[in-house]
Design a protein around this ligand. Structure first.
Ligand SMILES: [Zn+2]
Length: 81
């Protein structure tokens, strides 16, 4: 693997130019609130498949509604598959 310092990828520059006026604001499916707070799903990795041979707890950050606490289905699907 090449560990030398590299120039920024062209992709990074594209991301900076994204126009947020074209982006939708995600809203809570239950209450319509559009402010979310960080929350975590915790995945339990069984000792059988864990690389360390012990049970591992893996936090995965999602966002929950700041009003009612609901985690949007879209984010749940990303975690639970
Ligand atoms: Zn809500």
């Amino acid at each position: 693997m090449n560990m030398k310092a590299q120039k920024p990828l062209p992709q990074a520059q594209t991301q900076v130019q994204v126009d947020l006026s074209d982006a939708d604001t995600m809203k809570c499916e239950d209450c319509g609130n559009s402010v979310f707070i960080p929350a975590y799903f915790i995945k339990r990795l069984s000792p059988i498949v864990s690389p360390t041979g012990k049970e591992a707890l893996i936090p995965i950050q999602v966002y929950s509604c700041g009003n009612c606490g609901k985690v949007p289905e879209k984010l749940k699907q990303d975690v639970e598959g």
